[in-house]
Design a protein around this ligand. Structure first.
Ligand code: NAP
Length: 255
């Protein structure tokens, strides 16, 4: 019996997730694309945009163990091959850490870190050579970011995890790419009142995802879209972390 070839995308109800669904539907030969997030109607809208693969809507809250385990259970039910896993769901907001909400911080760590780690572990037994993992991190992964401290730390985790995993999975020919975008015009950004970040352009998510998919198919370790974010990556390698934190603390982040 031939196995169904599937893609799994978390955070497929808006922003980068919708774009990933549309673009991999065009680039890869897939039977199904599993679309995961909490908002069912939005996921159904994403499914309607697919022209080749069937969109499978999975309503799951990835801040909970039940949400993450629901995907494990679905994987166990069928004869599947996971061609690509895109750990994209994530959130964060700018605030002073001492004023931040404990529950909010816990959920952020669960969605931005725990869910991708668990999902990757569950999915690996269903991957063959030539498969892909994309982890959507952020340019915030490259430097400590005062007033965005927990979010930046979750993304630094994801970047480090991606590099280690890439090395471990080399022998199985499974590629791992960390995507590190700067500010982009998705719901993540639109929900903020102030839509500017000092001296930075707000990028188009379509272009960021186009480059991310291309870089993943070329088996690159990291995908960075803009010159500014590439510059940040280089600077982050040259300056001590203490100095990076000092300078990034001076950047006026959107609220
Ligand atoms: N936009 C930017 O400026 C920017 C820059 C760098 C990195 N990123 C990263 O890009 C990724 C995608 O964000 P985006 O910009 O596309 O923002 P977005 O439009 O707000 O999308 C976030 C996605 O994550 C899902 N999500 C959030 N909490 C969830 C939960 N508890 N369970 C399941 N799904 C959850 C949301 O779905 P539901 O609400 O329907 O659950 C939504 O589909 C995130 O990891 C973000 O950190 C964004």
């Amino acid at each position: 019996m031939t196995k169904k070839k599937i893609a799994i995308i978390t955070g497929a109800s808006s922003g980068f997730g919708v774009e990933f669904a549309k673009q991999i539907d065009q680039k890869l030969d897939l039977d199904e694309i599993w679309l995961i997030a909490r908002r069912q109607e939005k996921l159904e809208s994403t499914a309607k945009l697919l022209q080749n693969a069937k969109g499978v809507v999975i309503k799951a809250d990835l801040s909970t163990s039940e949400g993450v385990n629901a995907i494990k259970n679905l994987l166990e039910k069928d004869q599947l091959e996971v061609k690509i896993l895109i750990n994209n769901a994530g959130f964060g907001r700018t605030e002073k850490f001492e004023d931040s909400d404990e529950e909010y911080n816990g959920s952020m760590i669960d969605v931005n870190i725990k869910a991708p780690v668990m999902l990757t572990r569950f999915t690996l037994p269903y991957m063959n050579s030539g498969s892909y993992i994309i982890n959507v991190a952020s340019s915030a992964a490259y430097a400590p970011l005062p007033y965005f401290s927990v979010y930046a730390a979750t993304k630094a985790f994801l970047l480090s995890f991606s590099y280690s995993l890439k090395e471990e999975l080399k022998s199985r020919e499974i590629s791992v790419t960390a995507v590190c975008p700067g500010p982009a015009s998705t719901e993540f950004f639109k929900s903020l009142k102030d839509k500017k970040v000092d001296g930075l352009r707000i990028e188009d998510p379509i272009k960021i995802v186009r480059k991310a998919v291309r870089d993943s198919l070329r088996r690159k370790s990291v995908s960075i879209y803009s010159y500014e974010m590439n510059f940040l990556r280089v600077v982050s390698k040259l300056l001590p972390r203490k100095m990076l934190a000092y300078f990034s603390g001076k950047v006026k982040l959107p609220q």
